[in-house]
Design a protein. Sequence first.
Length: 307
Amino acid sequence: MEMFRYINSSLLISHRPLNASQADQTVYATCADMPAAIFFYLVLQFINIFLGIPANIMVLWLIRNNKGDSSTSDIFIGQLAVLDTFFCLIPPLEFANIVYLTTNSTWYVLRFFYGIKDSSPLFLSCICLDRYMAVLHPITFTKLKDKWHRSVCACIVWLITLVYTAAKCVGKIQNFEKAFNIMILAAFAFMVFCNISILWALRRSAMGRDERHPVKKKAFKMVLIILAIIVVNYFPPVALFPFQEYFSPDVFRCYIHYIAFGFMDISSSIQPVLYLSREKLPTAPVCCCSCVEKKTGHPNADGTPPV
């Protein structure tokens, strides 16, 4: 259970040096002898600005415009894109806080954004549940295809997120990290269960067939996206934290911590990019002379195509 205490990215990243001699030093100064991981972390965070923000905005634009080919999970994907867009706004403040600032006031703002990010697995869980129902319980899924109850679920998730974030901003609740531990472990177990069940069902339905039902094919792609997110973004902390005792405190604080949570936070860019990779971007209609000629039905008097 000791490793789970370190899974809370917001608490670790906002942790001030406990040594009184380091109280007035920046985070970077306390790791001046081992700056590589901090550089790595900040590079990933700035990728969120230049890639994550436009990618998430593109996801929101596609969901808004692709009404005719929308998925029932789009409401959760859209909310996740909004959440990630907010989180992608913090790298400039975080950079200043790590490298230049020694005040405690900025940590309150950062803890707010970290709390928002901590809740992203809840929306991923909603997506998994929606795909699980579509594949394994299609009759019930068809009866519940109207989106009003999904809107209710999204509102509940946002309510949990805001309450959790407000409590994190206070930063004085004893053993508050257990709330994140319970949330992330429950969400992780639920997502793994849903994904394995979906893949098993799709594998059985595909035996002896060359094609899958379009809904199941779409669910299969969604499952692969979520599995990729879980492996890329959550495997590093899960793989490294159990071996904390084998690292010195400085190495763990200045290297392992920033490497692990760098991979977790870059999910704000990976999630929308993977979503866009399976979508067909709409193209603007191109008007050519033959199209106009077909529309008008005859050329100009001088024999040239109509314009």
